[in-house]
Ligand binder design. Structure first.
Ligand code: PMP
Length: 421
């Protein structure tokens, strides 16, 4: 008998090829009208929209499951705990972390970075020890290190960028010394779109004896993240930039580091036993999750991750990249437009100024035509200072954007320019 003819194993169902029209239908808000015009949503770096599946998961949680986690013996509490811990496992798989204990739920990237600053760095760094960041960081990856410098006497060093908005790797390597104890680097710049070579940065930092924190706020929705392949020590991201609710985020950290680190907030859930004389802390990751967590947010985050797994993600990333290339080409022929951030490796962001026009005026006029972009300093004031600007206008893309969105954006830009000049 020909075995192969009759006994082929069932093939796994491949996700459907990327179909932007079908994907858009999953996001109800994209059908909204703004000022009587169909919404063109190009503010995805600030926050992404939510698919119906996430909205349903959050409401279903409140309709059918709501209870507090970990402490209850009753059925709903056990269900809520299962869903919350199920979300942790989904994040583990999503990041390819080795162990669900390495996934700490936080409010978002900002809180994750502050956790590392106030627990790991406060405990293990000494006065004079250096923390090295890049010059294009978001304030969330600057201010916590300045706060630490004030209280602990650590030193903040900044690796410069070039005019394209790329990290100057030669300068980075020069600044990486035996005094460097932590490198904290954005994976993708929210202000410029630059993709930093985080794998190389991590290898260099480790060779110099430093730990590495990657701010993944802007990369999680645009690339497959594999924390084990990257070998980073910490990876922070926010659910709301990954099609999930606001108020939930993640700090991935290697288990041995989490074990060593002291808790940074005290309260319920982070303890095993408490007396007035002594408190025994809980195991990781609970040691870092004081108080009632954002359970519905975690449920929504799992739904977002599940949703992404139904997509052809590589196709989605390729589609988004084509949009960025088309936008960059169109921007290149727009009179008076100066792109800010022209790195060779970019994701999802077109930042620009137009000669003689204030970005905020542009933003308001675009909004009147249904086009949502962001204007201002994008929580990256040092980047603006580098370019000598108060702010830029920024269109940022997600896989549900289309060529039609781009056409409407550039038409609206022309109209705004005609009104303003
Ligand atoms: N880092 C980067 C690169 C970001 O883009 C953002 C959000 N704009 C943050 C950190 C902070 O994220 P959150 O406000 O969700 O904590």
């Amino acid at each position: 008998m020909n075995a192969t003819a009759h006994q082929t194993a069932p093939q796994p169902v491949a996700p459907a090829a990327f179909d932007v029209a079908r994907v858009r239908a999953d996001f109800p808000i994209l059908a909204t009208q703004i000022h009587g015009k169909p919404l063109v949503y190009l503010d995805n770096a600030a926050t992404t929209q939510k698919p119906q599946r996430v909205i349903d998961a959050v409401s279903h949680y409140y309709e059918a499951t709501n209870a507090n986690v970990h402490r209850g013996v009753h059925t709903l509490s056990q269900r809520a705990t299962d869903e919350f811990e199920g979300a942790r496992e989904a994040v583990r798989q999503f990041l390819n972390a080795a162990d669900a204990r390495e996934i700490v739920f936080t409010r978002g990237t900002t809180e994750s970075i502050n956790l590392v600053a106030q627990s790991y760095a406060r405990e293990f760094l000494s006065p004079g020890d250096e923390i090295l960041i890049g010059a294009a960081e978001h304030h969330a990856n600057i201010v916590p290190w300045q706060m630490l410098a004030k209280s602990r006497g650590t030193v903040l060093k900044v690796a410069p960028i070039n005019d394209a908005g790329e990290l100057d790797m030669a300068a980075f390597e020069r600044l990486l010394t035996p005094r460097t104890k932590l490198v904290a680097i954005g994976h993708v710049s929210n202000a410029l779109g630059t993709i930093n070579p985080v794998a190389r940065i991590t290898a260099l930092a480790h060779a110099a004896g430093a730990k590495v924190l990657i701010d993944g706020a802007q990369s999680v929705a645009h690339a497959n993240i594999d924390v084990r392949a990257l070998d980073c020590d910490f990876f922070a991201f926010s659910g709301h930039k990954l099609f999930a609710p606001t108020g939930i985020g993640v700090l991935y950290a290697k288990a041995d580091l989490l074990e060593m680190m002291p808790p940074w907030q005290g309260g319920g859930d982070m303890i095993k036993t408490v007396s007035f004389e002594h408190t025994e802390y809980n195991d990781i990751p609970y040691k870092f999750e004081a108080g009632t967590p954002h359970i519905a947010g975690a449920v929504g985050l799992k739904a977002a991750i599940d949703y992404l797994q139904t997509l052809d993600f590589a196709g989605a990333v390729a589609h988004e990249h084509r949009l960025l290339e088309a936008a960059t080409r169109a921007a290149g022929t727009f009179p008076g437009l100066r792109p800010i951030g022209t790195a060779r490796e970019k994701a999802g962001v077109l930042s620009f100024v137009i000669e003689g026009l204030h970005p905020q005026d542009l933003g308001v006029l675009l909004d009147s035509q249904g086009v949502a972009i962001r204007t201002g300093h994008h929580c990256a004031m040092p980047v603006m200072q580098y370019y000598g600007l108060a702010g830029t206008a920024r269109a940022s893309f997600a896989f549900y954007n289309t060529q039609d969105d781009l056409d409407r954006f550039f038409k609206a830009l022309e109209k705004a320019r005609d009104i303003l000049s």
